[in-house]
Every structure is written in C-alpha cells, then in structure tokens.
Design a protein around this ligand. Structure first.
Ligand SMILES: [Zn+2]
Length: 298
C-alpha cells in the first residue's frame, strides 16, 4: 500500500514537472499562433477570440476573465484595438503578473503603426486612435514582433531560453523563405486597386503595392450605408479595381451589393489564423490571402 502511495506521489510529481512552463493568454489568433511557433509545448496558450469575431468589440465574459487570471503572460495587439475589453479583463482578473511589466506584451509596442492620426484630424474616425492596429497582415512586422516576443518568453522562463532561441531561429529562416515565395507569387497584385470593407488592409496593401481607393464603411468603425455604397459604384467600376475585400467575420452583404453593381469580385480573406480552411497557422494565413487575391487577378 505504502509503495503504491509513493508511486502515486512520484507520478504526480512527474506530471507537475512535465507541465508547461508558462500559461499565455493571447487576445487574437495570430498571436496565439506566433506563441505556438516560438514556444511549442513549453507553454499553454489560450486564445481569447476567433477569426469570426470583430476584435474591436468583444464582451469581457467571465470565461475570458478566468483565462487572464491564470496567465503568466498576455499577448495582444495593443494600439487600442482591445481598449473596449482588455483593460476590463485585466482589472477583473486581479492578476498582478499581467497588469504591467514582463507579463504584459503589446505587439504594437514593438513596431510603428501606419495611419496614425494627428491630434486635430478626426477624419479617420475614433476607432484607430493610435494608428491602424491591423498590422498582422505585414509579415515584416510579424517578424519584428516575433523577435521581441521570443525575448519576453525567455525572460519569463529562463530555464527554456535556449529552446526559445532555437525556435526563433527556425521560425525566422522559414518565415524569410515564405516571404520570398509570397512576394514572387503576389507580383501580379502590384499597382492594383482595392475597395475594402473596414480599414483592415493598409499593411497588406503597402507590402504588396496595392492601393485602397475606397471603403464600404464611411469612416472606420461606422457601418456601411446604402448612400455611401451607391457613391462607390462609379469609382469602383472605372478604376480597373481588382477586388472588394472583406475579412471572414464581416457581413458579406454590403460587398456583395457593390460587386453586383460593378462586376468587381468580392473576396473574403481570412484576416487571421482560423479565418478559412487553409489558415491553420500564420504561414497558411498568408498563403491563403495571396492565393485568393492572385486568383482574381488572372
Ligand atoms: Zn479596425
């Protein structure tokens, strides 16, 4: 009996020892995926949202608060994308580890944002006050964020620092190869014009040399109106427009309406990991995005 008990204790201790080193809460699927690339099974990742949700407006549900409560590290976009819910999650979780310091990682702190409004310019609306937060569609910014995030993982879990370093090296090599592949494949997109649903694509456009000529939302965050959609018909028709682009979570109706009235294809892009079948990880996200745009460029 005593031997069985001590064996049970041994098993329990082994299980504890084998457990992951860190609990991570990622606000969006792209950061969950990036943590997975860098940390593998060293950490346990909870992702707070899915590709089918609008991350500007998430409800601070008790299930999310519980995940933040047990986290050693939160990894989020920042740039005020989650201003409507993340501060509330952190406050209600009462977990000092993620309130500030190394346990609080905002991707926006690692890069510069585009479309940063000046103090007096409200023309871009109020939804992107710290610049455009949708930078997950720029593979170069992803790489810069990966480096900073890897250093943060090593700081919080120094025992596994060598593993994180190795994972970053592997990821960087694979990612740089993928960037070359994506850029070669996306060559036909250069100089093409797009109409977007929300201001979600400035980083992708800038990277691939595409140009946003209009948006279905009259201002970022304001829903499309029929008068505004009607005002886009002539411009969309006359500009040899490549596509009307929306993210997987957005209502297809306004883009479909404009497509029917202009003959320009409406394309749904994944926007983040999990946004379509192919976007199982960050590599799949960019593969799918470029495949879908190149398909309409032909
Ligand atoms: Zn936005």
């Amino acid at each position: 009996m005593k031997r069985i008990a001590s064996f049970a204790i041994f098993l329990f201790a082994f299980a504890l020892n084998d457990a992951h080193a860190l609990d991570v809460f990622a606000c969006e699927p792209e950061w969950g995926s990036l943590v997975h690339e860098l940390a593998g099974d060293k950490v346990d990742v909870d992702v707070g949202t899915t590709a089918l949700q609008d991350v500007h407006v998430i409800e601070a549900k008790p299930s999310l608060i519980a995940k933040v409560r047990r986290a050693d590290l939160v990894v989020c976009t920042g740039a005020e994308l989650e201003v409507g819910w993340l501060p509330q999650l952190i406050r209600q979780a009462g977990n000092p580890k993620v309130q500030s310091g190394p346990g609080y990682f905002m991707a926006s702190d690692q890069i510069t944002t585009l479309e940063k409004p000046t103090a007096l310019d409200r023309s871009m609306g109020d939804i992107h006050p710290a610049g455009n937060p949708h930078f997950q569609m720029d593979p170069y910014r992803i790489l810069a964020i990966a480096k900073a995030l890897d250093a943060r993982l090593a700081e919080l879990d120094p025992k596994n620092a060598a593993a994180y370093q190795q994972n970053l090296a592997t990821f960087t090599t694979k990612w740089n190869e993928a960037i070359k592949r994506w850029e070669a494949k996306a060559a036909p997109l250069k100089g093409r014009k797009v109409v977007v649903h929300h201001w979600s694509w400035i980083y992708l456009d800038t990277w691939l040399g595409m140009e946003q000529i209009g948006a279905l939302e009259p201002k970022p965050g304001l829903p499309p109106t029929s008068a505004h959609l009607a005002s886009l018909v002539d411009l969309t028709k006359s500009s040899n427009t490549l596509a009307i682009i929306r993210a997987a979570y957005q209502d297809p109706k306004p883009g479909d309406w404009l497509s029917e009235h202009t003959g320009v294809p409406a394309v749904t892009l994944p926007f983040t990991v999990g946004g379509d079948e192919q976007s199982k990880d960050l590599f799949g996200l960019f593969d799918s995005t470029i495949d879908k745009l190149v398909a309409v460029a032909k």
